[in-house]
Design a protein around this ligand. Structure first.
Ligand code: COA
Length: 375
């Protein structure tokens, strides 16, 4: 019996705070005209003080889950693809697991920079197709504004914050994820990196003074690499799915630069009407850019059941990849108002449970400490 992995729920979350190109003119030596003509970006969202990668991920995940018949306790795996995690460890996925009350889920982060969501979707879908899992929650979430050097006009105009989430579920109905290519070239790792904060350059006063905890980028080289791989990865994934480019209804590319997207479209001779672009409102949100673009395309009725989609991305690592997804009508199982209320209550209880668990651990530690001192 063949198993397929279908997207049954989706959701996005972006901070309310908007930073326009005009706002940036007050921060660095740049102008609206330059940013629009070279990147296509008009504004981006910036996380408020109390927002983090995990809080945006959680909001997107809640929305995605609410479209499915799953309770938090039914989720078997949570992958958060991110380049701006809350911590080196614990994984951001574990923070989401806790706040969601996904008590039966494994949780880990996936680090493949902006290609992370494509990689993560493929890994989750393959686990479902192999029969080892029945569902998974895949999230792309970022607060890149915390890793940007706000004095560097070459990079600070490009990035933004946000999150997008998909729920994948197993089904015998054909469709869902059809194929994927995942590639990398570590020889170009230094073209886009955060040099310090890892084991090579642990945090010191010097690394902070030299701004080495922020994004460093060779824009021109990354641009060249991106235009080369977007078209080739798309073609390869389509071929692997046994389809032709004519069979593809819509392409959802990683939103890094409108000129890169337009060059990729020319490379596969696809009109821009078949390509989703929303970079003007969000900038580059790394792993979140593809799921956010899909949520908006669904909202605009640009995606219909039976459509073949290509998701294609590139990023630091260097990494790149593309996958073909046959969009299927989720089998709408009627969700009663009671089970909806029950799920809301479960989500509320998750926070209480997390608090209770922490308290219990403290108490246990206290008792354990007291008894071991007695020995
Ligand atoms: N405002 C005004 N001028 C700027 C600027 C800004 N925000 N940023 C850079 N410039 C200047 C540069 O200093 C340079 O000036 P110089 O020639 O006097 O040194 C000039 O603009 C042109 O630089 P160049 O690198 O040729 O621009 P470009 O057309 O290649 O565009 C990028 C620069 C960064 C927009 C482009 O290279 C790019 O998008 N690269 C890919 C980056 C990316 O996608 N990264 C994420 C990958 S996931």
């Amino acid at each position: 019996m063949m198993r397929y992995a279908h997207v049954t729920g989706w959701g996005m979350a972006v901070p309310e705070n908007v930073l326009t190109n005009h706002d940036l003119e007050q921060i660095v030596d740049t102008n609206d005209e330059w940013i629009i003509s070279r990147t296509g970006i008009k504004e981006r969202r910036i996380a408020a003080k109390d927002e983090t990668t995990s809080s945006l991920a959680l909001d997107a995940a809640r929305r995605a889950l609410s479209q499915t018949d799953l309770n938090p306790g039914d989720i078997q795996l949570i992958i958060v693809a991110t380049a701006s995690p809350d911590f080196i460890f614990p994984a951001t996925a574990c923070l989401v697991q806790d706040q969601l009350g996904a008590v039966n889920a494994g949780a880990f982060d996936l680090s493949a920079a902006c290609t992370g969501f494509v990689y993560a979707l493929n890994m989750a879908a393959q686990s479902i197709r192999s029969g080892s899992l029945d569902n998974a929650l895949v999230i792309g979430a970022e607060t890149l504004s915390r890793f940007v050097n706000w004095e560097d006009r070459n990079t600070c105009v490009l990035f933004g914050d946000g999150a997008g989430a998909f729920v994948l579920q197993a089904s015998e109905k054909p469709g869902g994820l059809l194929s994927c290519v995942m590639r990398s070239d570590g020889s170009g790792g230094d073209l886009l990196s955060v040099p310090a904060g890892g084991s090579v350059l642990p945090a010191t006063h010097e690394t902070v003074d030299q701004n080495l905890h922020t994004i460093q980028m060779n824009g021109r080289e990354v641009f060249r690499f991106a235009t080369r791989v977007m078209a080739s990865a798309t073609k390869e994934a389509v071929d692997k799915a046994g389809l032709k480019l004519e069979d593809i209804n819509l392409i959802i590319p990683h939103q890094a630069n409108s000129r890169i997207i337009e060059a990729a479209a020319r490379g596969i001779r696809m009109p821009m009407t078949q390509i989703v672009m929303n970079i003007e409102r969000y900038g580059n949100t790394s792993t979140a850019s593809i799921p956010i673009a899909i949520c908006e395309a669904l909202e605009d009725n640009r995606i219909k059941p039976g459509d073949n989609l290509v998701l294609v991305a590139f990023g630091g690592g260097l990494t790149w990849g593309a996958l073909v997804l046959e969009w299927t009508e989720p089998e709408i199982r009627p969700i009663s108002i009671w089970s909806r209320r029950r799920r809301k209550l479960l989500l509320l209880l998750a926070r209480l449970r997390s608090f209770g668990l922490r308290l219990l651990r403290k108490l246990e530690g206290f008792i354990w400490g007291a008894s071991s001192q007695e020995e």
